[in-house]
Design a binder for this molecule. Structure first.
Ligand SMILES: CC(=O)Nc1cc[nH]c(=O)n1
Length: 112
């Protein structure tokens, strides 16, 4: 069940998140209920490892076709790469949400 205080990421995104080079995540409606200004604990999906906390800045709806180079830069990838990643994670889902976040400055990231 959805918990607005918890989020998981694929392990392959951990380094970029901890480096501050990935500052958004694009999710479907089942994970759209995060609230601005809340602190969320972040785990790797595959291992369950808690690796940081983030502060949610905003949650905004977006259509898949509205993804831009700016979103790609915020994901630390090219736009074609972002479109492929999202289409692979959410096949046939076009109505998505951009969740903008910062690493929580009070949380101590683990070394990866
Ligand atoms: C676990 C999971 O769904 N992870 C995702 C999905 C979309 N974007 C992202 O950064 N991480």
């Amino acid at each position: 069940m959805f918990d607005p205080k918890k989020m998981t990421f694929y392990k392959r995104f951990t380094k970029d998140i901890l480096a501050g080079s990935k500052t958004i995540t694009i999710r479907d409606s089942s994970e759209s209920h995060y609230k601005a200004d809340t602190i969320v604990e972040v785990r790797e999906l595959e291992t369950g490892r808690l690796f940081t906390h983030i502060k949610i800045n905003s949650v905004q709806p977006i259509h898949f076709n509205e993804l831009t180079e700016r979103h790609a830069k915020q994901e630390n990838m090219s736009l074609p790469m972002l479109q492929k990643v999202i289409a692979d994670i959410y096949p046939n889902i076009k109505n998505l949400y951009v969740i903008d976040f910062n690493l929580c400055p009070t949380a101590e990231p683990e070394i990866v």
